[in-house]
Design a binder for this molecule. Structure first.
Ligand SMILES: NC(=O)c1ccc[n+]([C@@H]2O[C@H](COP(=O)([O-])OP(=O)(O)OC[C@H]3O[C@@H](n4cnc5c(N)ncnc54)[C@H](OP(=O)(O)O)[C@@H]3O)[C@@H](O)[C@H]2O)c1
Length: 232
């Protein structure tokens, strides 16, 4: 079983609302947190240090060398990140395709594949796990709770390797949410934008029910039909 004892550093690529909120949770969990953005470290240092006590502002390459690396940038820009810097890294995809922000991108709205599978294809040498993207920004900022708290929210996780999913589960738990394993990376479709769980900020039990209902939903039917009736 993976525990946070195996995890000491957290890289966060993206220093906006979501990246900063995840970085704050990482510091509260006692992790060595390194935050990067598209601007160089010296240009983000003041804002990162003000928003995230004890975090370091670093380059994308430095953030990519942490034990786990969270991608928290607009999804339409992930191909700007250097795949070679993330070679071998355990990468948490916290991004969502959001057309208002990313523009109309049919390549990111393909029902035959989850967006995290598209991210994995780009970072072919990395191990991508989807998590941290379906709860609201408010939940990341305000609703993290210790294990056992009755108000703790569930956080869905999808990934192809059981060890990597367990490692991200340990991270999610340390950050203040109950890990809810949804299955392989293809199952990420069940908590993308447009699904019942997206933005619902639900407890773990309710989150599991929402994931289970996905195939009866409008989006679930579209995905199932596009995949020739097969489910991941
Ligand atoms: N409910 C929610 O809103 C929610 C919840 C969870 C996850 N998310 C997802 O989290 C992601 C980030 O959202 P946000 O609201 O935090 O965005 P944001 O406030 O606009 O911040 C975006 C950050 O990404 C950085 N960035 C952009 N392009 C980059 C690149 N090529 N290399 C490195 N850094 C880059 C920016 O750095 P510069 O300023 O230096 O360009 C900025 O720090 C999105 O994919 C979003 O869908 C959203």
């Amino acid at each position: 079983m993976t525990t946070t004892a195996d995890l000491s550093s957290l890289g966060v690529i993206g220093a906006g609302r979501i990246g900063r909120a995840i970085a704050v949770l990482g510091r509260a969990a006692g992790l060595d947190v390194r935050v990067a953005a598209s601007r160089p470290p010296e240009q983000i240092r003041a804002e990162v240090e003000a928003a995230v006590l004890g975090a370091q502002a670093v380059s994308v390459d430095e953030a990519a060398r942490a034990d786990i690396v969270v991608l928290a940038i607009p999804m339409g820009r992930f191909r700007q990140l250097p795949a070679e810097a993330l070679q071998g890294a355990l990468v948490v995809d916290a991004m969502n395709y959001w057309w208002e922000l990313d523009g109309a991108r049919p390549d990111l709205d393909d029902p035959t594949t989850s967006t995290s599978e598209i991210v994995q294809a780009h970072f072919a040498g990395s191990r991508v796990v989807k998590a941290l993207g379906h709860v609201s920004g408010y939940a990341l900022e305000e609703l993290a709770r210790p294990a056992g708290d009755p108000d703790r929210l569930g956080m869905a996780i999808a990934g192809d390797d059981a060890g990597d999913v367990a490692a991200v589960g340990a991270l999610v738990d340390a950050l203040g949410f109950d890990p809810v394993v949804a299955g392989a990376l293809a199952e990420g479709v069940r908590f993308e934008p447009g699904t019942e769980l997206f933005g619902a900020d639900a407890g773990a039990g309710e989150a599991r029910e929402m994931l289970a209902r996905f195939w009866q939903s409008q989006r679930g039917r579209v995905v199932s039909r596009a995949r020739g009736g097969s489910r991941p």
